[in-house]
Ligand binder design. Structure first.
Ligand SMILES: [Zn+2]
Length: 293
């Protein structure tokens, strides 16, 4: 995967976020970038809260911290370490395992795993930028070693992938872990991720049959872009995430990274902004996560 996005060096990161205060200040700036509005009474005026970057509604006195109502809500460790996790995940083009984060930041592995799932949640597609133009669909299996089942057997999972083709390459892609191959599940994915005006093609018989989309000629199969995309995603699973329970999170992460490979801004800022805009995810929701599309 290409890594053309601008990224902060460790030195730049350290000088930008030397302490918890600088992280809180930054989150407050992101959170209230478009102005303040009290979540209780919708009042637009505030005064300074008890802590440095908290805001208090002048009408109902509701007190709000920069982390409240975001994916940083009630974070159990220092905000600075949370920023480091976002930094490591966003700047390593293959992401970072929770065991590695745990070692680097001296936090429990389970703590890192949980927060990492929140970061990955922020990478989920918002369905507001559907794929355009020439779009190709592919269906494939990805295997992984499921140690959580105790059997350590290799499980196969069906993944549906849609790619937006541009000249010789792939500009964007979205993927979905399929629990079943029901027609409405497949159609929902297409409805959410592909623009209505796009031209859909596939070389997959099942998709051709179930969704009724145009089939590409067989003589170009071995050169087609969907194979390149599925191979990329397969090696992503095989290379770093060989023991994956929440497959959709990892597909989200892969597609998020891919779709930003030409991004001019910083991927770290983009992720932080998404985390601030995203509603909090309690532990229960995360471990019971089910893909919506
Ligand atoms: Zn209020």
């Amino acid at each position: 995967m290409e890594s053309k996005f601008k990224s902060l060096s460790v030195f730049e990161f350290q000088s930008k976020f030397p302490d918890i205060q600088s992280c809180s200040k930054y989150l407050a700036e992101l959170k209230w970038k478009d102005g303040y509005k009290c979540p209780i009474c919708s009042n637009l005026k505030y005064c300074k809260g008890i802590k440095d970057f908290d805001r208090q509604c002048t009408k109902c006195c509701h007190l709000e911290s920069p982390t409240a109502g975001t994916l940083f809500h009630k974070v159990k460790f220092s905000l600075q370490k949370a920023f480091w996790i976002v930094y490591f995940i966003s700047t390593n083009k293959k992401g970072m395992a929770s065991t590695e984060l745990s070692r680097k930041l001296q936090l429990r592995q389970k703590t890192c795993w949980l927060f990492k799932q929140k970061v990955m949640q922020a990478m989920e597609s918002s369905n507001i930028h559907p794929l355009l133009g020439q779009v190709e669909l592919g269906l494939f299996d990805v295997g992984y070693l499921n140690k959580t089942s105790g059997s350590k057997k290799n499980e196969k999972n069906k993944i549906l992938l849609a790619i937006e083709k541009k000249s010789k390459g792939i500009s964007r892609m979205y993927g979905c872990h399929l629990k079943n191959l029901k027609q409405n599940v497949l159609n929902n994915f297409v409805k959410n991720k592909v623009d209505q005006e796009a031209t859909l093609t596939t070389h997959d018989d099942l998709l051709n049959h179930k969704i009724g989309i145009k089939k590409t000629k067989s003589n170009i199969i071995k050169f087609n872009k969907i194979n390149r995309a599925t191979n990329g995603l397969k090696s992503w699973f095989a290379g770093i995430h060989g023991n994956v329970k929440y497959i959709q999170y990892y597909i989200n992460e892969y597609c998020y990274r891919y779709n930003r490979h030409l991004m001019k801004g910083e991927i770290f800022d983009d992720l932080l902004t998404r985390m601030v805009k995203h509603e909090p995810r309690p532990y229960f929701d995360i471990v019971n996560y089910a893909p919506t599309s």
